[in-house]
Design a protein around this ligand. Structure first.
Ligand SMILES: C[S@@+](CC[C@H](N)C(=O)[O-])C[C@H]1O[C@@H](n2cnc3c(N)ncnc32)[C@H](O)[C@@H]1O
Length: 220
């Protein structure tokens, strides 16, 4: 599958897959979207304390990088588990401008995020452990009642409908602790109905610039 680096409206890079006509992030701004959805309405919306985070789709590592920075800033202990079936080639990763846009002092950390071993804990900072899982979400046995927060960052329903079905979302529900939160940029009607069917409480929140709405779902 061919992948190309492109630039989004806030000046930050993303990856485009012509075959799927899909980008890894919002074309209105990759960093802007990640900060709004996963930091503001994810990490920063939760109480103080240690966090176990699961990310659906490691991809470019942008969310992991922003979370590392946030963990350092908030002095918050984070265990960051991220699943990826189709890792991005290092040659493309090296062409992304995230560390230049976010903080160039993270250059080595960002590289290590991509070159470190899969399927084991890697201590990237005193308070931050990364654990990349090289697997398909469909085949992955997710630990139950383990995560405080899920970054649900799959390709959109138009490009990869299966990711937004009850089957996959059931796994996410079971993986969260009570009171745990799933956040995503997506606000599709069928997706929200699936969350409700599973027992999630839904919050429709204003989306990042260029998107009307996003979704925050809480396991009661
Ligand atoms: C929207 S992109 C990820 C964005 C990523 N969080 C980032 O910031 O770059 C979705 C990711 O899900 C991965 N993916 C697609 N199908 C998958 C599957 N069945 N299991 C695990 N990962 C999958 C893709 O390879 C891609 O990296």
């Amino acid at each position: 599958m061919q992948r190309k680096v492109s630039i989004t409206d806030d000046g930050s890079s993303t990856i485009f897959i012509p075959e799927m006509d899909e980008t890894y992030h919002s074309s209105h701004g990759a960093i802007q979207e990640a900060r709004h959805v996963f930091l503001k309405h994810g990490i920063e919306s939760l109480d103080e304390g240690d966090l176990r985070i699961f990310e659906m789709g490691f991809g470019t590592g942008l969310n992991a990088l922003l979370t590392l920075q946030s963990s350092n800033r908030l002095n918050k202990k984070v265990a960051y588990h991220s699943i990826e079936a189709y890792p991005v080639e290092l040659e493309l990763i090296e062409r992304l401008n995230y560390v230049d846009e976010i903080d160039a002092s993270y250059t080595e950390d960002f590289k290590l995020m991509h070159t470190c071993d899969w399927n084991e804990d890697v201590q990237l900072a005193e308070q931050f452990v990364l654990h990349k899982i090289h697997a398909k979400i469909e085949e992955y046995a997710m630990p139950e009642a383990f995560y405080d927060l899920i970054f649900f960052d799959a390709f959109g329903p138009r490009a990869q409908e299966k990711m937004w079905t009850i089957e996959i979302l059931h796994k996410m529900y079971d993986g969260l602790v009570k009171g745990g939160v799933l956040v995503t940029y997506c606000a599709q009607g069928q997706f929200k109905r699936n969350l409700k069917t599973l027992g999630f409480e839904i919050e429709a929140l204003p989306g990042p610039p260029g998107k009307r709405e996003m979704t925050r779902a809480i396991k009661p």
